[in-house]
Design a protein around this ligand. Structure first.
Ligand code: PEP
Length: 256
């Protein structure tokens, strides 16, 4: 069995000004200095990226963006390219977060294009999938998530997939304080891995990290990580405070 390094990524969403980001980075670096055996990322607003790059340079904490456009350059007013976020210090990028799918209108097609372009640029995409409450209540979560994964990752080979992370985030659990049970989260994360195996083979699926996201906190991370197919978490609210986020990661490390 392949041992996957746990991955905990914070998603700040539309929070923090540059001064707040800098203060967070200084405190968080100090709090996590001794942590080993875990990959940590902070996915910050575009405006905070260069400040964070300068603070985190040379250290183990990865910097991520929360979105990018699906073209390299050109007349796309207000958009940001993969080269631009790389230039701003990013190693990773969230693609297809449910808030972008639901509020901004991102589609499976744009998610697929962005995922490919991120990989071409040398970025690590964190591809988000997950069902609404209505879909879950209609017992369609499994086909819904399977289709999202197939559309986002179709055609990618094992090398590309080893740089992809998939985050399963049930929309009804994001920012609501309502977490999926560890068993429900495990069921869908196993489905994600099985879907990747169907696309690119079992060996590739074993290497791909699958995260759970949705009201993850220090109190529930250990149970989620104990399930088998959950390799870490995409963390929104609980990543905004350096001490809380460091404590969540400390508890993750105890659990794995
Ligand atoms: C998220 O932003 O991806 C998320 C899971 O948010 P929260 O942890 O606040 O539910």
């Amino acid at each position: 069995m392949v041992k996957r390094v746990p991955f905990i990524a914070g998603n700040w969403k539309m929070n923090k000004l540059t001064g707040e980001a800098q203060a967070f980075a200084r405190e968080f670096k100090a709090l996590t200095r001794e942590f080993a055996g875990v990959d940590i990322a902070i996915c910050a607003p575009f405006t905070c990226l260069t400040v964070l790059r300068d603070e985190l340079q040379g250290g183990p904490i990865l910097l991520g963006a929360q979105n990018m456009f699906y073209e390299q350059s050109g007349a796309y007013t207000g958009e940001i390219s993969p080269a631009m976020i790389l230039d701003a210090g990013c190693a990773a990028v969230i693609i297809g977060h449910s808030e972008r799918r639901e509020i901004i209108g991102e589609t499976d097609e744009t998610v697929a294009r962005k995922t490919r372009l991120a990989l071409e640029a040398g970025l690590r995409p964190i591809v988000c999938v997950g069902e609404t409450l209505a879909v879950r209540e209609e017992k369609r979560a499994v086909p819904h998530v399977r289709a999202q994964v197939e559309k986002a990752l179709a055609g990618l080979g094992p090398d590309d997939l080893s740089r992809v992370t998939v985050a399963y985030e049930p929309i009804w659990a994001i920012g609501t304080g309502r977490t999926a049970t560890a068993a429900d989260a495990q069921e869908i994360c196993a489905l994600v891995r099985g879907t990747i195996a169907g696309l690119a083979g079992a060996a590739a699926a074993e290497k791909t990290r699958v995260l759970y996201g949705g009201s993850v906190k220090a109190d529930n991370i250990a149970e989620l990580l104990g399930t088998g197919d959950i390799d870490g978490a995409l963390v929104g609210g609980a990543s905004l405070n350096a001490a809380d986020f460091a404590e969540l990661i400390r508890r993750a490390l105890v659990a794995v």
